[in-house]
Design a protein around this ligand. Structure first.
Ligand code: XMP
Length: 513
């Protein structure tokens, strides 16, 4: 299924660490942008119906044995093309220019001088500071091209062939170190490629709702597993807008959610959206299965298996199900290398058995997380839910080290709620990717009201991150930490000590188990 109604740019990815950042920059300019591998066939590129192409930077040299290449047709179809870094070198080489090899590569801020008036640099001034990779570079432009800019050690830092609509820069306009990088991208997208920038959350919703309506037949039934998280909530709300009561959500409350989370989810979706939701209160069932289990992997397995069983039992009661909604994001799609359509046949999702005969609807599989949040806001999902920090499927079970008991779950929920409350009061919640309390299996000695205590330690974890793959610990103002610790020891039961985790990922993970 294609996104036909909006403008599209395709980035061919040559392996630069900045490719996703580049896509986000283009999307921030309200132009939908998809990433394809560099060796995508012309047919695959055309299937996205792009109005412009961008060739990303790369991590290799053109002169490496396995240097990535692209279908040379891309230069000859009248589509505007912008090459960046490696993308510029490849364009130069493919079209008959000379690229000089260098024996080292180093990114550095460099002063760039614009040589001639041109569309790409229009309004950007004569000199700019740019993030330039001192590596292989174009020495002689291909026939028909003009050098647009130069820098130390890089005779041709930008080039164009206006008639052929081909443009290229040796530096990275997508990184913050490049001054006016966004302006250059705007010049390319709006002035050169003639795009208008109309891809907004509202346009995305209209488009997606239409596609879902076209795909799901009038008598077909759709089911969605609501977890309380942002992704499944936004996915459910979108599908609900498209097909109303033909969607049934199943919300399995395993009793390991954050404090009041289950209540909030139910209120939002039943009262506000009037969705059909089956809430399964399975806390006892999950806790019984977890009794006596301390091994983290074992806990995950038990919860995963139990979850599927409960979900399946509930789904089976609904009769024929034709579609399952999943909150898959674009980052998952890129990671799995299966650039997909929004609606596809099911291939053993998250451990669900093969004999469940349904197709998948993945309405968010073209979006990054922050875009999902903007779509959620546009759909009217309350801010508190839309901006909620990510939460792992196995929930608090993997934040309670050692055996999970109801007493520990309640204690952790209380400490976690205080932590989050104080973060919100300090206005820091959105700066932080994820913040939560952990209950290590530790008791220690303390003193309260002149009495010796022997009680639990609570650990606090707060990290900044783009997507959870790497993370840094968050630097709280000390007075905020002090307030949090004071409140936790006085308000959460059986806690006499609070510690703060100051490790990044790597070497730690975000979760403790
Ligand atoms: P780690 O702990 O691996 O976590 O650094 C990275 C991100 O993934 C989340 N996470 C999970 N999410 N099921 C999930 O849905 C899981 O089993 C799971 N384990 C970790 C974690 O909260 C963080 O955002």
């Amino acid at each position: 299924m294609k996104h036909e109604t909006h403008e599209t740019v395709v980035i061919l990815d040559f392996g630069s660490p900045y490719t996703q950042l580049l896509a986000r920059r283009i999307r921030e300019l309200k132009v939908y942008c998809g990433i394809l591998p560099h060796n995508a066939s012309w047919e695959q590129i055309q299937a996205l119906n792009p109005q412009a192409l961008v060739l990303s930077g790369g991590a290799k040299s053109l002169y490496d044995q396995d240097a990535p290449t692209a279908d040379p047709k891309i230069y000859h179809l009248g589509l505007p093309v912008l090459g960046i870094g490696y993308g510029m070198q490849l364009m130069a080489k493919d079209l008959g220019g000379v690229v000089r090899a260098a024996d080292r590569r180093e990114y550095a801020p460099t002063t760039l001088r614009v040589l001639v008036e041109n569309d790409l640099f229009a309004g950007l001034g004569q000199e700019l500071t740019v993030e330039l990779s001192h590596s292989d570079h174009v020495e002689t432009v291909p026939p028909g091209f003009t050098a647009l800019a130069t820098a130390n050690n890089t005779p041709v830092a930008a080039m164009e062939n206006q008639d052929a609509r081909l443009y290229a820069v040796q530096f990275h306009p997508e990184v913050v170190q490049t001054q006016e990088g966004t302006e250059l991208l705007k010049n390319f997208l709006f002035n050169i490629a003639g795009l208008s920038g109309n891809w907004t959350p509202a346009a995305f919703i209209a488009d997606t709702v239409r596609q879902i309506r076209e795909a799901v037949g009038p008598n077909e039934q759709v089911v969605c597993g609501l977890s309380g998280g942002v992704d499944s909530s936004v996915a459910a709300a979108l599908v609900h807008r498209a097909i109303g009561d033909r969607l049934t959500c199943i919300f399995v409350d395993h009793g390991l959610l954050r404090k009041d989370e289950a209540k909030q989810v139910m209120e939002t979706f039943t009262r506000l959206f009037k969705m059909k939701i089956i809430q399964v209160d399975a806390a006892d069932q999950f806790l019984n299965k977890l009794a006596g289990v301390s091994d983290p992997e074992q806990k995950r397995k038990i919860i995963g298996a139990e979850f599927i069983q409960v979900f399946q039992e509930e789904a089976a009661k609904l009769g024929q199900i034709d579609y399952l909604v999943q909150g898959t994001l674009y980052t998952d799609v890129l990671e799995s290398g299966t650039a997909g359509t929004m609606i596809k046949s099911h291939h053993n999702v998250g451990g669900l058995p093969e004999d469940l005969k349904f197709k998948l609807i993945e309405p968010l599989n073209h979006l990054f997380k922050d875009e999902v949040r903007r779509v959620g806001e546009e759909l009217g999902i309350p801010e508190e839910l839309v901006w909620r920090h990510p939460f792992p499927g196995p929930g608090l079970a993997i934040r309670i080290l050692g055996e999970v008991t109801r007493e520990k779950v309640e204690l952790l929920q209380a400490a976690d709620a205080i932590f989050i409350d104080e973060i919100k009061k300090a206005g820091l919640y959105r700066e932080i990717w994820q913040a939560f309390a952990v209950l290590p299996d530790i008791r220690s000695v303390g003193v309260m009201d002149n009495q010796r205590t022997y009680a639990y330690t609570v650990a606090l974890r707060a990290v900044t991150s783009q997507d959870g793959t790497t993370a840094d610990w968050y630097r709280f103002p000390p007075e905020v930490l002090a307030r949090i610790a004071n409140r936790i020891v006085s308000e959460a039961p059986h806690v006499n000590r609070v510690v703060y985790d100051i490790t990044g990922k790597p070497p730690s993970t975000i979760e403790w188990e």
